[in-house]
Write a protein that binds this ligand. Structure first.
Ligand SMILES: Nc1ncnc2c1ncn2[C@@H]1O[C@H](COP(=O)(O)OP(=O)(O)OP(=O)(O)O)[C@@H](O)[C@H]1O
Ligand SMILES: [Mg+2]
Length: 276
């Protein structure tokens, strides 16, 4: 059986005043129907990696790879029209900033219905029923009312949940989720991750979960890639993250405040009595 996603030597390059800069430098990964976490500091190339899989890097950015294949299909050889058929239906991406992903002039109900209709034929009542069920699943209260709202009329957290509903409703084979729960409070975050997890288990969906939150990825993923300046510096089973060897990963781990650990009191400025 071929892998769901196969990436070899992926490179994302932007021209700058000082010449071309690679923001992803030869990344390789193979993904099965599993949950892969990508962590790394801000600017390490996590989002660029996710977007390049869907060929969503805007010009003048350029994507090259020795291989970029989804379910055996060479993504670099697809026309823009073929890519549109893959996006949403087979590979969905929850973008880091939902403000830029929702259509500002379309109601939330119409956007979700469109996401559903692009890929299958359904009657009005079916669409409405499935849309309402999905909004409820991402814990949106009063979904009937929310269907008629425009994106600017909802909060950031609700916008993020709407995005997640839109991306999950076509039941894709691969979900790329870029900081999908960063605007949500902890209990809603757990519920949303459960819905995603259910699709992984029930449908065998593959998941790439991009996050700053090392605890979150180690709890929800099977395997973790650690990125730094466009490169993978460490790869490990999620349960092994705490024992990571690479100094960079150890640094990331050390910067997480832990509840289960005694922390020293905040240092207090010591005044030298004699000098005051
Ligand atoms: N249009 C652009 N031109 C040049 N460089 C860019 C452009 N867009 C992004 N970059 C650079 O690409 C690098 C990788 O960005 P990316 O968004 O993938 O980081 P990230 O790991 O997702 O960070 P964060 O955790 O903050 O979301 C960054 O250093 C960024 O400055
Ligand atoms: Mg990012």
């Amino acid at each position: 059986m071929s892998a769901l996603l196969e990436i070899k030597n992926l490179r994302v390059t932007f021209p700058t005043a000082r010449g071309p800069v690679d923001v992803v430098k030869g990344l390789s990964l193979t993904l099965g129907r599993e949950r892969l976490g990508i962590v790394g500091e801000s600017g390490s190339g996590k989002s660029m990696t996710g977007r390049s899989i869907l060929r969503l890097i805007r010009a003048p950015g350029k994507v090259t790879a020795d291989r970029l294949a989804f379910d055996g299909v060479d993504l670099l050889k697809q026309s823009e029209k073929q890519m549109r058929a893959i996006r949403g239906a087979r590979i969905s991406m929850v973008m880091q900033d939902p403000k830029f992903s929702l259509n500002p002039v379309m109601t939330i109900g119409d956007q979700i219905a469109e996401a559903l209709l692009t890929h299958q034929k359904l009657g009005r009542a079916d669409i409405r029923g499935r849309t309402l069920a999905m909004l409820e699943a991402v814990r949106i209260n009063d979904p009937e009312r929310v269907l008629g709202l425009y994106p600017h009329e909802v909060s950031g957290g609700m916008g993020q949940r709407v995005m997640i509903a839109m991306m999950l409703i076509p039941e894709p084979d691969l979900l790329i989720a870029d900081e999908p729960t960063s605007a949500l409070d902890v209990s809603v975050q757990a519920q949303v991750l459960e819905i995603i997890d259910d699709l992984v288990k029930r449908k065998g969906m593959g998941l790439i979960l991009i996050s700053h939150d090392l605890d979150l990825v180690s709890a929800y993923c099977d395997r973790i890639l650690v990125m730094r300046s466009g490169e993978v510096v460490e790869e490990c089973a999620a349960g092994e993250l705490r024992n990571a060897k690479h100094p960079y990963t150890r640094g990331l781990l050390a910067s997480i405040p832990r509840l289960d650990e005694d922390r020293d009191e905040l240092p207090v400025l010591q005044r030298d009595e004699a000098s005051t």
